[in-house]
Design a protein around this ligand. Structure first.
Ligand SMILES: *[C@@H]1O[C@H](CO)[C@@H](O)[C@H](O)[C@H]1NC(C)=O
Ligand SMILES: [Zn+2]
Ligand SMILES: [Zn+2]
Length: 174
């Protein structure tokens, strides 16, 4: 192979990791859908008793991710069902701000150093559950290479909560 094509190898590797992650995560999706109601809707309503809610208010809940990417890995999930950040518009700025503050305050209560935390959303089709969920993960140094790629900010597959807010304010979340 000619030397100038060597740059394709890392790109290929990245693509492969994304495809593997996406296909395994879609597997979860199918499981959830075959249970007839969205899994995160059930968890947020407290009717999925095996998931312990760590925080709850009238708008959203916080619970542990069942496949943690690091020692600390929580999800903030709204009680109202939205497929993903693509379903949001300007009217959801308040919700996204409150979920972000809720996650930040929750992580602070766990003594998490926010400077080494990841707080953000996957972008479709790279979503594990088709119900909006904000990831709060720390520390980055504990994450595997594939998780570092999967939760890399900013990228076309993962956006920080702050970036999502900025996009909503500019109304160009597409
Ligand atoms: C924003 O989304 C909501 C549904 O979540 C919808 O009812 C509303 O019409 C949308 N607003 C705009 C300006 O698109
Ligand atoms: Zn749902
Ligand atoms: Zn996700």
């Amino acid at each position: 192979m000619k030397k100038r094509y060597l740059f394709l190898f890392p790109l290929f590797g990245l693509l492969l990791i994304l495809i593997v992650k996406y296909s395994t995560e879609t597997g979860n999706d199918l499981d959830a859908q075959s249970l007839s109601e969205c899994l995160f809707c059930k968890i947020a309503k407290g009717t999925f008793s095996t998931t312990k809610l760590e925080f709850e208010d009238e708008e959203f809940v916080i619970f542990k991710d069942k496949n943690p990417a690091a020692k600390i890995h929580y999800l903030a999930v709204p009680k109202q069902h939205y497929d993903s950040i693509k379903a949001l518009n300007k009217s959801h700025i308040g919700l996204i701000e409150r979920m972000q503050n809720g996650m930040i305050n929750f992580l602070k209560s766990k003594d998490v150093d926010l400077s080494v935390a990841v707080i953000g959303y996957h972008v479709p089709p790279f979503i594990s559950q088709k119900h909006l969920h904000l990831h709060g993960i720390s520390p980055v140094s504990e994450m595997s290479v594939s998780n570092r790629i999967s939760f890399f900010m900013p990228s076309f597959w993962f956006k920080s909560s702050q970036d999502v807010l900025r996009s909503l304010q500019r109304s160009d979340l597409k």
